[in-house]
Ligand binder design. Structure first.
Ligand code: HXC
Ligand code: NAP
Length: 290
């Protein structure tokens, strides 16, 4: 057994209806696929209905189960409310919301237009809060338990230059996750987050490592375990956090990054660059003095 394999037992998510925002592509698609394999039904939602429809067909052909594609721009509250109405009419009850949709790109912050900054804030923070509030209000009114899982990033707590709107928005999502974990626990609603390190996807790579940058900045080199993430290992963690096996986990943010952010955080971690011979010389010169 290894990290490229599914982890939970067959049927672990049987009977669960799970909404995945940004579920037609990338990590949302990979997590959704595994939920389906474990017996869940899915609603996948994003702006591009053609992409969602194709993904839904491919997922059902591969894994069986039911996948409902619904178009919804999470920035628009009317579309969010309509999407939630359509999803609940089709499935009866939604048990889990995976807030995964995001927008991001790299840029020096002073080059960003107001609209560029707001676009990312609106997708990530406003989009997540609108989906969360719509689902949460409905669950509370119906006295129904529910689970939120929000995808953030490790720079939600460290901050990061060149992706400042994303960092600010993900920090907001993390604060919302922890706040609601306490406030809404009394309604049977859990809130957790995952902070992934680099996991190759077309969406992220094309925007964060455009053109030749992908050759210059190999993301694996920044990761202490020496590689980027496999989608299945993220899917394993996500499946656990939306399953009933994690009933006592609430308000947590789980990092899955091979140690990447800690390596960047330690002030002297870049001493990695010093060759062994130089350490030998330093040790020898110390020996002489002592
Ligand atoms: C500077 C940019 C820009 C760029 C767009 N804009 N791209 N500014 N650099 N690369 C500006 C535009 O000029 C415009 O401002 C404003 O942003 C809105 O652009 P639109 O194209 O009109 O927006 P929209 O069609 O809504 O598309 C949103 C988007 C796009 C965020 C710009 O990239 C998108 O659809 N992204 C969705 C998927 C995504 O981003 N996936 C990656 C997630 S990865 P003006 O002033 O000209 O009107 C991720 C990983 C993090 O989050 C951690 C990795 C380790
Ligand atoms: P991705 O494939 O580009 O996923 C982003 C998804 O969000 C797309 O399906 C997109 O679909 C949807 N989306 C964007 N704007 C939307 C809007 N306004 N309304 C509704 N849906 C919208 O990239 P990804 O790498 O899989 O990212 C998934 C999540 O992981 C994001 O939250 C990202 O921040 C996080 N993450 C990724 C990495 C990584 O290394 N890949 C690392 C850390 C965190 P449409 O275009 O059809 O709307």
């Amino acid at each position: 057994m290894n990290f490229k394999e599914g982890m939970l037992r067959e049927g672990a998510l049987k009977g669960k209806n799970i909404l995945v925002t940004g579920g037609g592509t990338g990590l949302g698609r990979s997590m959704g696929s595994y939920f389906l394999e474990l017996g869940a039904n899915l609603i996948i939602t994003s702006r591009k209905l053609d992409v969602l429809k194709q993904t839904a067909e491919e997922m059902m052909a591969e894994k069986g189960g039911k996948v409902l594609p619904l178009a919804c721009d999470v920035r628009d509250i009317e579309q969010v409310e309509q999407m939630w109405k359509d999803a609940t009419e089709a499935f009866g009850t939604i048990h889990v919301v995976l807030n995964n949709a995001a927008g991001n790109f790299i840029s020096p912050t002073e080059r960003l237009s107001t609209n560029a900054f707001n676009t990312v804030l609106d997708i990530v923070l406003k989009g997540t809060s609108q989906v969360t509030l719509t689902a949460g209000k409905d669950w509370i009114a119906k006295k129904q338990a529910g689970t939120f899982l929000n995808i953030v990033t490790t720079y939600a707590w460290t901050g990061s230059g060149y992706v400042v709107p994303s960092a600010a928005a993900k920090a907001g999502v993390l604060a919302m996750t922890r706040s609601l974990a306490v406030e809404w626990a009394k309604y049977g609603i859990r809130s957790n987050a995952i902070a992934p390190g680099p996991f190759p996807t077309e969406g992220a790579w094309s925007r964060l490592l455009p053109g030749d940058l992908v050759k210059k900045f190999d993301p694996a080199k920044k990761v202490p375990v020496g590689r980027v993430g496999e989608h299945q290992e993220l899917a394993n963690l996500a499946a656990y956090l939306v399953s009933d096996f994690s009933s006592y986990v609430n308000g947590e943010v789980m990092t899955i990054d091979g140690g990447e952010w800690l390596k960047g955080a330690g002030e002297f971690n870049n001493l990695d660059m010093i060759p062994q011979e130089m350490w030998d010389m330093l040790e020898a010169s110390r020996g002489k003095k002592g």
